[in-house]
Ligand binder design. Structure first.
Ligand SMILES: Cc1cc2nc3c(=O)[nH]c(=O)nc-3n(C[C@H](O)[C@H](O)[C@H](O)COP(=O)(O)OP(=O)(O)OC[C@H]3O[C@@H](n4cnc5c(N)ncnc54)[C@H](O)[C@@H]3O)c2cc1C
Ligand code: SF4
Length: 318
């Protein structure tokens, strides 16, 4: 590891200002992704600003009937919260499908949203990767791409976003709250938070350098049967090949977001009009324009079948 300075922030605004001052500074929360990236020298910050002592570890009921989740709430605590299990079951299920018990005990809400891709070329510093080293090329395009994106990618990058939690939050229409280096607050709908790769795959979110996530808010509960199904190569400790977060209402309408298929949680509200017509119609619309590689073309059919399985379960539980 390369030496770095370490500092504990006393307030969110102080944390944001400290990171903003140094282009090579990073926040550290649970450290379950950042420390791995530092050990491999994929990320080489000269300064770490520890945000664990800021008191942002509470889940509060909002006046509008929603929920405000502090950025430092651990994945384990969020999944186990009674209100989340009752009113936002898709989120609890998605969290429990991720990582392992030990990791979830450390991993935080803010850090989970900002975890980096698991594309194998990103993790191998001898390989070309536009996300790790802009302009070096994309090893996955003609290489190993089983885990990679089938939609929304470009010739610059076909990485996927690996978070399970974020897929459920996309289905729930969450909002990310931040404090900017100027001290001003900002609210970003989760639909606008993660970016597609375009020609700048190293830019993954709409956050500015130094902008600090303070919380994620969920609107009032929408009811319905809420399910999360994740298909992966191993039963645990593996990232999604395809995942489906679904909220299905009694009349067959609902919301669907996919994980494992794109650079961001994949949802298209217009496609949800097809949901009452069944999984085939919905998946065809949702993945219209998909451009898989020969290695990951199976994901298109897998997405449809996983959605079908989720709809069958929802029907059984309605
Ligand atoms: C073996 C393994 C298996 C895993 N499997 C899964 C899985 O199946 N599904 C899944 O979803 N995840 C999985 N993960 C990823 C895990 O969920 C993430 O590593 C974790 O959620 C990151 O949270 P953290 O608090 O540890 O982030 P950190 O590592 O501390 O930080 C990650 C990034 O977020 C930034 N950051 C952190 N907090 C904030 C904030 N409040 N504001 C602004 N920036 C911030 C940091 O600067 C850093 O860039 C796995 C990880 C491992 C190691
Ligand atoms: S898909 Fe993206 S992360 Fe993977 S090698 Fe290509 S540029 Fe890098």
């Amino acid at each position: 590891m390369i030496p770095f300075a370490y500092q504990r922030a006393r307030t969110p605004a102080e944390a944001a200002a400290a990171v903003a001052r140094n282009p090579d500074a990073r926040f550290i929360a649970g450290g379950t992704n950042l420390l791995d990236l530092m050990k491999l020298q994929i990320e080489t910050p000269t300064q770490l600003v520890d945000v664990n002592g800021l008191g942002l570890d509470k889940i509060e009921s909002g006046p509008d009937g929603g929920l405000r989740i502090g950025a430092l709430v651990r994945n384990t605590d969020l999944a186990a919260d009674e209100r989340v299990r009752r009113d936002y079951a898709v989120l609890s299920r998605a969290l429990l499908a991720g990582a392992s018990g030990q990791l979830r005990n450390r991993a935080t809400t803010g850090g989970n949203l900002l975890q980096r891709t698991r594309c194998p070329y990103f993790y191998d510093t001898r390989q070309p990767c536009n996300k790790r080293q802009p302009g070096s090329g994309c090893g996955a395009l003609a290489g190993v791409s089983r885990q990679n994106a089938v939609i929304g990618g470009t010739q610059a990058c076909i990485a996927t976003h690996p978070s399970d939690m974020a897929v459920a939050m996309r289905a729930l229409d969450a909002t990310v709250e931040t404090v900017q280096p100027s001290g001003q607050m900002r609210r970003i709908p989760i639909a606008d938070f993660h970016k597609l790769p375009g020609n700048t795959p190293q830019v993954e979110t709409t956050l500015a350098h130094g902008e600090f996530i303070t919380a994620v808010t969920l609107p009032r509960p929408v009811g319905g049967v809420q399910l999360y199904q994740k298909v992966r190569d191993r039963a645990s400790y593996a990232f999604a090949l395809v995942s489906v977060a679904a909220i299905v209402q009694k009349d067959g309408s609902g919301r669907v977001a996919l994980g494992g298929v794109a650079h961001k949680p994949w949802r298209d509200e217009a496609a949800e009009a097809e949901l009452p017509r069944g999984a085939q119609a919905m998946a065809a619309r949702l993945l219209q324009g998909a451009q898989p590689t020969p290695e990951n073309a199976f994901k298109v059919q897998l997405a449809e079948r996983t959605l079908q399985s989720v709809l069958n379960q929802a029907r059984g539980q309605a």
